[in-house]
Design a protein around this ligand. Sequence first.
Ligand code: NIG
Ligand code: FE
Length: 431
Amino acid sequence: MHRESGSRSLLIKHAAEIVTNTGTAAKKGAGMNQLAKIEDGAILVKEGIIEWVGLTADLPFYNEENTEIIDASGCSVIPGFVDSHTHFVFGGYRPEEFFWRLDGTPYLDILERGGGILNTVKATQSMGYDAMLQIASNRLDAMVAMGVTTVEGKSGYGLDLDTELRQLKVMGELNNRHAVEVVPTFMGAHAVPPEYRGRVDDYVAFITQKVLPAVVEQGIAEFCDAFCEKGVFSVEQTRKILQTASGLGLKTKIHADEIVSFGGAELAAELGAISADHLLQASDKGIAEMAARGVVATVLPMTAFCLREEYARARAMIDSGGAIALATDYNPGSCFSHSIPMLIALAAIQLKLSPAEILTALTLNGAAAVGRADHIGTLERGKQGDILILKYPSHLFLSYHVGMDIIDKVIKKGQVIVDKRMANLEVIDSE
Ligand code: NIG
Ligand code: FE
């Protein structure tokens, strides 16, 4: 799915509803439950940017010859989804581990025995650039088909200089040539490689003194993330890595409190990280500090589901005034899925989030979690034309049509990049 640059404008009109949403920063607390909407709405996109949104009846003059027109009768129109936490660039698969875990072997025990992430590291290290680019591009195609218009991706399956750089360069090339926008995150502190076993501080020194400076010099990452977890990287080691990254100009994220309550949420607040992610075991103190400091809590319920762990306390996070984003965590181990419909189903049924909270968490707040809320995440004048047309008249169907893909068209920067041509069929069907 290649990027096309066209100067044609796009007009969507007669949408049953346009969920415009509003804002250029993450919505917090009760604000997450407020959605701005327009009935019988229209939206005009010129050169990739939204020029006008309003009632179809109020549509201003536009040049018909140079405009692609979509009649969205019977359809809901919403902002493109932002999958703000994935590990989509990897080699190999680990199907057997999925069943070991179901049989009761804990995730961290598999890693401790040299499996888990370290298995994927071996397969990724031996994968060349072209093969990595191709497979990652295919995965992006599948993600876009589910309505994802911006994807964050992490390195961290290299754990050596060359492979970490290769993963990030693949993401950079995909950002330039694939229709979807890719946000690259350096995550060299994803696991401790076998050659540094028992010498974690030496590996941290390697990351901070050698790999991070090379990543920053090449300008191939925007964020730095680390797996702050018992038996992986301690709070002190994570602090050191993220402070170094921040000093070099990268924004920060943390894999925090995923398996045990470990102080990751508190560290994210202390460092002013953009987001802290997972948070299944985040403490009350950590939740309160993140809300107070404006750290986006990125909740990944598909991972909790796959690991058969308790879900993150998303309601408590919102009710304490915090902002949450929802993301897939797509990776070959803890959650081998990029299913947005499944993510939404878990958010509604297990996390008890409202349709408005879910939509905001997957759009504006996801955009904030990747530092892009100023130009994506809502459908307002001046923002990028990243738009989804659903085959039902209300965004409520995202949760209600459980586990189903209801995307009809995906539009990135005003260009239709996926068209399932299902919307009109649904309208006819329901009449
Ligand atoms: O977010 N916990 C660390 N990293 C990933 C899993 C990576 C893997 O198992 O390959 C996660 O769950
Ligand atoms: Fe992750």
